[in-house]
Ligand binder design. Structure first.
Ligand SMILES: NC(=O)c1ccc[n+]([C@@H]2O[C@H](COP(=O)([O-])OP(=O)(O)OC[C@H]3O[C@@H](n4cnc5c(N)ncnc54)[C@H](OP(=O)(O)O)[C@@H]3O)[C@@H](O)[C@H]2O)c1
Length: 341
């Protein structure tokens, strides 16, 4: 692969697409040529990348001729249709959708955890679910020291996780609410302003788990390469514009103290401790937004487990960055022969 690869972004006009551009720029990711791809609705619009005026093209079967790296964030249907065509044309695909995550031939990568898996790719590398990334970055260094055998996660997921239109719906429905007007939901299934609701993905009628929860469970096992880890998840959409938060309780095989957890996390890659009991200052989505780390705090012994094997904590991360664009660009940086500027 060239040191100055041709990079295509499929879904460039979306919430994640915009962050691909910004993340590549600020990390000095070398780009020979950028192909900006979206739907026919956006074809002909323009964007700016490193001072260059780039015309957005409609994504078609022919879009990937000469492309070295294709970053996909246009939904799983688009990935299923076009990612194999991009691979056929010679590109390596880093896919943000759920289309290929559980495919045994596709590495599912969080660079802080399993960067080595990138070598196994056969053209497509999958970026994990954003709620999974947010939990797993801080859990991995603990799991490595003292295996986590059981995990319970409750999420507080922002509008940005559902894309640009959902963010707009949160803003517009809040404005309408403050004016005393009714705002019929268009993107989300329920009233979003001053409300929260169970995650807006389909529910499995048998298990009662929604798709987002099932993704977190399955992806945790694949990324940790631990089929036995017991995971319970409740995913909830909250009226926060950007950055997901999660309450996490985990039980380890051996006893573990909150001090030990704090010490492990103090040196962990991609993690920043925000754990000020005196000031009652802990991870918040407003602090997590626009930065790269998973913020971790409220680290405390789980008092419901008198055996001392369990610890609880609260985390927040910008899921448009570490949960999507940043993680994907980090993967692209690790592709063979890639070099940073
Ligand atoms: N948001 C997150 O935090 C997050 C995190 C991880 C993964 N993801 C995944 O990333 C993907 C995009 O998410 P998003 O939040 O960025 O959504 P979004 O803001 O709704 O953006 C969707 C993008 O897909 C493009 N698109 C839609 N239909 C298309 C078509 N037929 N052909 C070509 N492009 C098409 C849109 O282009 P137009 O503007 O032209 O319609 C837009 O660029 C999804 O698969 C999502 O699951 C999102």
């Amino acid at each position: 692969m060239s040191d100055d690869p041709v990079v295509a972004i499929a879904g460039v006009t979306g919430a994640v697409g915009a962050e691909f551009i910004a993340t590549m720029d600020r990390r000095g990711f070398r780009v020979g040529k950028l192909k900006a791809l979206a739907s026919a609705r956006s074809a002909g619009k323009r964007l700016s990348f490193r001072g260059q005026d780039i015309v957005i093209e409609e994504l078609t079967a022919d879009s990937f001729e000469g492309v070295d790296i294709a970053l996909f964030s246009a939904g799983s249907g688009i990935s299923k249709k076009f990612a194999p065509l991009a691979v056929k044309a010679g590109a390596v695909v880093v896919d943000n959708s759920s289309a290929f995550r559980m495919d045994p031939n596709v590495p599912l990568v969080i660079p802080e955890i399993n960067a080595g898996r990138i070598r196994d790719h056969k053209g497509i590398i999958a970026n994990p679910n954003c709620a999974a990334i947010t939990a797993l970055v801080p859990l991995w260094p603990i799991h490595k020291q003292n295996r986590i055998k059981r995990l319970i996660i409750s999420t507080y997921q922002a509008a940005s996780g559902a894309g640009a239109a959902a963010m707009e719906e949160l803003v517009e429905s809040t404005r309408a609410h403050l004016r005393g007007e009714v705002y019929p939901p268009k993107v989300m299934p329920h009233t979003y302003a001053f409300n929260l609701f169970s995650h807006n993905t389909a529910i499995d009628p048998e298990t009662g788990y929604n798709d987002e929860e099932t993704k977190v469970i399955k992806e945790t096992r694949k990324i940790f390469e631990d089929e036995k880890i017991a995971v319970g998840v409740t995913c909830v959409r909250v009226p926060v514009l950007r950055a997901h938060s999660e309450a996490i309780t985990f039980e380890c095989e051996k006893p573990i103290s909150e001090t030990r957890v704090r010490n492990i996390l103090a040196g962990a890659r991609g993690v920043r401790l925000v754990d000020d009991r005196t000031g009652n200052y802990f991870p918040m989505p407003t602090d997590a937004s626009g930065q790269d780390d998973v913020l971790v705090g409220r680290i405390r012994q789980d008092l419901s487990d008198p055996t001392g094997h369990s610890v609880s904590m609260f985390v927040a991360a910008d899921q448009l960055l570490k949960g999507a664009a940043l993680n994907a660009v980090q993967i692209a940086e690790l592709l063979p022969q890639r070099a940073m500027a």
